[in-house]
Design a binder for this molecule. Structure first.
Ligand SMILES: NC(=O)c1ccc[n+]([C@@H]2O[C@H](COP(=O)([O-])OP(=O)(O)OC[C@H]3O[C@@H](n4cnc5c(N)ncnc54)[C@H](O)[C@@H]3O)[C@@H](O)[C@H]2O)c1
Ligand SMILES: CCCCCCO
Ligand SMILES: [Zn+2]
Ligand SMILES: [Zn+2]
Length: 379
């Protein structure tokens, strides 16, 4: 039993007090887990663009002050009443996409979404008492996405914790908390790309590269990478991209360029940016009759997509994905096992390693073209 069980833990955390203001490393109090909750010692966390999106203030669900972070790995410190699937000492990955296995969503067999704790995680609190477990000298600090991994300790719902192989390197598999599974799953679960398919990937960041890796594993015959930064192509080839198009090199709309180069359009396309104009292009570069476009990027609140209805009437399919359609508690352990068997990449997505104290520098790096994922050591 941890000596801290049942105690308030004071630890370091990066607090977002206001949109776009630097994160502040503070001594934060983390209350013990209540019923159905798990307190995790976060050892490693990566940064994702969705953290930056909320930090920017453009996310209506963004509440301040809060502790961001949702792509991490750690060890269970203590559990609340009724928690049976994890115990202190277990190696875990916190999951912003919960999996209760009891709600209408979990039982539908049609989605990886789960409704059990969303009403709380969407407003930065915990289900049990609708309060936060974080505070600074008595002042509450909101949770984020039910994970808040930019803290040395965090409290999450038990349905949002995936128990993983304890031999897996936490400084690597923390990436299996968001971006990499999202890209792989967009291909394997959401689109179900078949061997021989022609695939277009818009945006060659971590998510887009994971889409390319997933498409290669699915046997795609061509994987066309589209990015406005030419420097992305060289590295993208290592992930499976076979051709590269920079929209800036063409007068014609990018969807027309792709249609012309693929005898009528691609079988599958993936938007991995969060740009609603590109989402339209990604749909319209798909083949008439069957082409399917998957929206992965997170667009700013209030943004809307548009196309001519005839694009869909003539057979194109427009869909989206959250966490790549993976059921978190069930499939994150499977992804960790695939990594351990060298069947999927993780190391290759990590371009920088910093410490919690350097988190603002890490966010600056994230906005630089050369950064895919930066992993922070939390202790
Ligand atoms: N749906 C989900 O579950 C989920 C999960 C993780 C991330 N996301 C979202 O996916 C998106 C991508 O994440 P990421 O970490 O790979 O981001 P990233 O910023 O690292 O990559 C985006 C890439 O798009 C390129 N780009 C920008 N504008 C472009 C344009 N107009 N045309 C072509 N290329 C363009 C950039 O050069 C960059 O290479 C983000 O919006 C993120 O919030 C969604
Ligand atoms: C729930 C869909 C969006 C999650 C984005 C995580 O980066
Ligand atoms: Zn993310
Ligand atoms: Zn559920």
């Amino acid at each position: 039993m941890a000596s801290t069980e049942g105690q308030v833990i004071t630890c370091k955390a990066a607090v977002a007090y206001e949109p776009n203001k630097p994160l502040v490393i503070e001594d934060v109090q983390v209350a013990p887990p209540q019923a159905g909750e798990v307190r995790i010692k976060i050892l490693f966390t990566a940064l994702c663009h969705t953290d930056a999106y909320t930090w920017s203030g453009k996310d209506p669900e963004g509440l301040f002050p809060c502790i961001l972070g949702h792509e991490a790995a750690g060890i269970v410190e203590s559990v609340g009443e009724g928690v049976s699937e994890v115990k202190p000492g277990d190696h875990v990955i916190p999951c912003y996409q919960a999996e209760c296995r009891e709600c209408k969503f979990c039982k539908s067999g049609k989605t990886n979404l789960c409704g059990k704790v969303r009403a709380a995680t969407g407003v930065g609190i915990m289900m049990n008492d609708r309060k936060t477990r974080f505070s600074i000298n008595g002042k509450p600090i909101y949770h984020f996405m039910g994970t808040s991994t930019f803290s040395q300790y965090s409290v999450v719902h038990d349905v949002s914790v995936a128990k993983i192989d304890p031999s897996a390197p936490l400084e690597k598999v923390c990436l299996l908390g968001c971006g990499v599974p999202t890209g792989l799953g967009a291909v394997w679960n959401t689109a179900k790309v078949e061997p021989g398919s022609i695939v277009a990937v818009f945006g060659l960041g971590t998510v887009g590269l994971a889409v390319a890796e997933g498409a290669k594993a699915a046997g795609a015959s061509r994987i066309i990478g589209i990015d406005i930064d030419n420097n992305k192509f060289k590295r993208a080839k290592d992930f499976g991209v076979t051709e590269f198009i920079n929209p800036k090199d063409h007068e014609k709309p990018i969807q027309q360029v792709i249609v012309d180069q693929t005898d009528g359009g691609v079988d599958y396309s993936f938007e991995c940016i969060g740009n609603v104009s590109v989402m339209r292009a990604a749909l319209e570069c798909c083949h008439k009759g069957w082409g399917t476009s998957v929206i992965v990027g997170v667009a700013a609140s209030g943004q809307e997509i548009s196309t001519r209805p005839f694009q869909l009437v003539t057979g194109r399919v427009w869909k989206g994905t959250a966490f790549g359609g993976f059921k978190s508690r069930s499939q994150v352990p499977w992804l960790v096992d695939k990594y351990m068997k060298k069947e999927i990449k993780v190391d290759e997505y990590i371009t920088h390693n910093l410490t919690l104290g350097e988190i603002n520098k890490a966010f600056d790096l994230m906005h630089e073209g050369g950064c895919l994922r930066c992993v922070l050591t939390m202790h």
